[in-house]
Ligand binder design. Structure first.
Ligand SMILES: NC(=O)c1ccc[n+]([C@@H]2O[C@H](COP(=O)([O-])OP(=O)(O)OC[C@H]3O[C@@H](n4cnc5c(N)ncnc54)[C@H](O)[C@@H]3O)[C@@H](O)[C@H]2O)c1
Length: 259
């Protein structure tokens, strides 16, 4: 998809990866950009507006754990932009001590945001189609014991997004789905992992995790935007240390049919 002239919604646009993605989107001259975030970041917003007078940039306060916030944010965006072509679900929290919140933000929030966005984008409901990009994680590709709750939530995001990409749905709605799985990326999310692990006791995994190579948010964002431009519906893409790897997850269960 050529992003120039498109209307984009970015959830988590003031976060570490989010800010860099927004900068990439602005460079591509998107027509309009809605940022759904927990709190305003007035200085960043003012700078983006100043430097990009041709893009309609607007901030919408949204706590992704509140369905009413999600619904209000998309409604306000549809009223302002007319339609939107791209949604990036990029909010997130890594803190396994906060079990409910981890599931609410990382999984339930992504599901509610996706289904609400679809109401506006679905061609079968009068929308124009487009693409929804859900940010999972490498912890959403394999069990990650040090952050078992986060890993469960992100695995949910991977599976949910792949299910939404079913060709029957795609043919009907015109909305494609991409799953993005970044490797370790240097942002606030990874700060103090030791105090956010699943258990309070010491584990040998912590020392290992502290040694894992990290990519910068900028490198991750450049590949994330490239992925939106090039990926096919249903793609699961691991963004690791500056490279994009397509992941093929096999179907293990082959249902036996009655005659
Ligand atoms: N940093 C990494 O190593 C890494 C690796 C894989 C996946 N990810 C994922 O990438 C995405 C971006 O993470 P990041 O590393 O930039 O972290 P970050 O902490 O810098 O950004 C997270 C964003 O989510 C927003 N957010 C948190 N709670 C929210 C809520 N209740 N309602 C609305 N917004 C909320 C924050 O305001 C922030 O903008 C997340 O989905 C994260 O899980 C990050």
């Amino acid at each position: 998809m050529d992003l120039g002239g498109k209307n984009v919604v970015y959830l988590g646009g003031f976060g570490g990866i989010g800010q860099k993605c927004v900068q990439e989107l602005l460079q591509r001259q998107v027509k309009a950009l809605a940022i759904f975030e927990l709190a305003a970041s007035d200085d960043i917003l003012a700078e983006w507006k100043n430097k990009n007078p041709n893009t309609d940039i607007f901030y919408q306060k949204m706590d992704i754990t509140k369905k009413s916030d999600i619904e209000a944010a998309y409604k306000a965006t549809a009223e302002r932009f007319g339609h939107f072509d791209v949604v990036v679900n990029g909010s997130g929290l890594m803190n396994d001590r906060l079990i409910d919140l981890t599931i609410e933000i990382n999984l339930l929030g992504v599901i509610n945001s996706t289904l609400t966005a679809l109401e506006y984008m679905d061609k079968a409901k009068g929308g124009k189609g487009g693409v929804i990009v859900n940010i999972s994680s490498v912890a959403g590709l394999q069990p990650t014991a040090i952050m078992a709750i986060y890993s469960a939530a992100k695995t949910g995001v991977t599976t949910f997004t792949r299910a939404m990409a079913n060709p029957f749905y795609y043919a009907r709605s015109g909305v494609g789905f991409i799953t993005i799985c970044p490797g370790f990326t240097d942002t606030e999310l990874l700060e103090n992992i030791g105090s956010k692990m699943t258990f309070t006791f010491e584990t040998p995994m912590l020392a290992l995790y502290n040694k894992v190579k990290r990519q910068t948010a900028d490198v991750c964002a450049k590949n994330l935007i490239k992925a939106i431009e090039t990926a096919e519906n249903g793609a699961v893409l691991m963004l690791e240390l500056g490279e994009i790897h397509e992941v093929n997850i096999p179907n293990l269960w082959k249902p036996q049919m009655e005659d």
